[in-house]
Design a protein around this ligand. Structure first.
Ligand code: PBG
Length: 329
């Protein structure tokens, strides 16, 4: 049927009409807020490259969690800034590590009943060299060892689950880590803890601001020997397939906006819950434009989140979680 019988504008005339035919919706409870927990008390240290984001001491993280819960945000993704770093990433798997302390405090708070507490499982914030696995050096050469890293990652996941994580989310991109983590969790009686695998994680320039927030920039080299090449969609499908085969309960796609086609392909192929991470650089570039007055903050924020939902993500990890929940509320 063609014009003038078809007139697409008929259903766009009023907001109630537009709402009736809207295909994609944003809900605060499908937004996850990342938090960076640091030592100390009463600390809210702003991250320069991420306006509105702070490193929070445990007490402040609890306050932030309560505010997020009151806004209807669905959950938190926790990262840690340890007091000290070493080659074995002790701070990651230590039962007294910073995120473990945070989890115990959050579990005691009223926010815990409303929020899903997700613990990121990785070594890069805790290793002195900033890589996501164990580094083996020989002369000027180095190698990020896969198999020896698995044991530490599994130990980290168990420690975080014991401290109160509702979900563990490995983001390191070592081969076999989902199976190693599932094995160790089950052995420790933690068989009810789901694994959210960062199955499709690309080596991306858009993680830049995060590395300031989490103090996790690699001291040498880059992450291209373990994170995926941005050119490869088929490889992402294989990564997801493998992680699901190893027992991942849900998958996380990352970054989001520069990889919407990968999210769409995953949605069409895999019948598991899929989340997407709107990463630090995606957030910061929008914030930079807001600061210049170049974009309408609320509309651009919601449109960016909507694009990720429309691509097929069921839930979104985003530094805008609280702002978006406010705007949607
Ligand atoms: C840890 C990790 C990173 C991010 C999430 N988990 C950093 C990295 O891989 O370098 C990035 C998140 C963001 O940019 O917001 N491996």
């Amino acid at each position: 049927m063609e014009f003038p019988i078809s007139r697409m504008r008929r259903l766009r005339r009023t907001e109630p009409l537009r709402a009736l035919v809207r295909e994609t919706h944003l809900e605060p409870n499908a937004l996850i807020l990342p938090l960076f927990i640091c030592p100390g008390e009463g600390i809210r240290k702003p991250v320069d490259s991420m306006p509105g984001v702070c490193n929070l001491s445990v007490d402040e993280a609890v306050k932030e969690a309560e505010a997020a819960a009151a806004l209807g945000v669905g959950g938190l993704l926790l990262f840690g800034l340890p007091e000290t770093k070493d080659e074995q990433a002790t701070g990651a798997w230590d039962d007294n590590g910073i995120v473990q302390q945070g989890l115990r405090a959050l579990k005691q708070s009223s926010a815990a009943k409303k929020l899903v507490l997700i613990a990121d499982v990785c070594l890069c914030e805790y290793t002195s060299h900033g890589h996501c696995g164990i580094v083996k050096k020989s002369g000027d050469d180095y190698e990020i060892e896969n198999d020896s890293s698995l044991e530490l990652l599994a130990k980290t996941a168990v420690s975080l689950a014991r401290a109160g994580a509702d979900i563990v989310a490995p983001s390191d991109m070592m081969d076999g880590r989902v199976a190693a983590i599932r094995d160790e969790l089950d052995e420790e009686g933690l068989d009810q803890i789901p694994i959210l695998a960062y199955a499709s994680k690309f080596a991306s320039a858009f993680y830049g601001p995060f590395r300031e927030a989490a103090d996790s920039a690699p001291q040498f080299g880059d992450r291209r020997s373990y994170q995926m090449d941005g050119a490869n969609l088929r490889e992402a499908m294989r990564e997801i397939d493998l992680d699901l085969g190893e027992g991942a309960d849900m998958i996380l796609m990352k970054p989001a906006m520069p990889y919407l086609d990968v999210i769409r392909a995953a949605r069409e192929r895999f019948d598991v819950p899929i989340g997407a991470y709107q990463v630090s650089g995606e957030y910061s570039m929008l914030q930079a434009a807001f600061a210049k007055g170049w974009l309408d903050p609320q509309r651009a924020m919601l449109e960016s989140l909507l694009s990720i939902r429309r691509a097929g993500a069921g839930f979104i990890v985003t530094y805008f979680a609280e702002e978006a929940a406010k705007a949607l509320g």
